[in-house]
Design a protein around this ligand. Sequence first.
Ligand code: GLP
Length: 237
Amino acid sequence: MKIIIDTPEKIAEAAAKRYVELLSEKPDAVLGYATGSTPLDLYAELARLNRAGEITFKDVTTFNLDEYVGLDGTHDQSYRYFMDKNLFEKIDVDMAKTHVPSGMDVDKAAEYDKAIEAAGGIDLQLLGIGNNGHIGFNEPGTPFGSVTHVVELTKSTREANKRFFSSIDEVPTHAVTMGIKTVMNARKIIFIALGSAKAPIVREMIKSDVTPEVPASVLLLHPDVEVYLDFEAAALL
Ligand code: GLP
């Protein structure tokens, strides 16, 4: 695990460079994307580089980590909508090759791993972290062998995400998420955590034992992870 500590702006630039490098070597790479506030600067930087002609996404295939159960892609809090607005509509990606798990057709969850495999596996997976250590929506206790599945969201996750909804009652109770094994199968992982609220869980992830109780701690077992932290998120290391 390589740890890089810098400002949010420099982190977005450095992480974007990894995409430039990967796509110049492998223009048809398979990219795993994440949602949340954390990747927004990176997505803006990728869109800027795309406009400037320094990177093209025209041959990539993408797979997002997760989606809320019960929200279809037109709902403004769905992760499909988030990706379309914050990245896909701003870059030259082929929309037909972008995948977000379906929040409506959850019986198809197991097919998501098969689709990833059929595309050749994920070359670069982007990850953020929830305040309780979740990656994707793999809440504490999720087995490390899990593949894409439906989860019940914890109260703390629904509380953390209620800021995007009119009230906590509007926050879906379930989500569909790539499993821990799905994430760990990615050939390379870029992990980003920003802000002081993430400092305690970042410390736990890096300093505690590898345990399903801190899902992100599994990343210590991955051979190629770059962990980008801003100074606030790194403050307790
Ligand atoms: C959600 C997503 C995670 C994300 C987390 C953190 O719960 N399922 O993939 O990492 O939020 O979000 P933020 O970046 O807004 O802190």
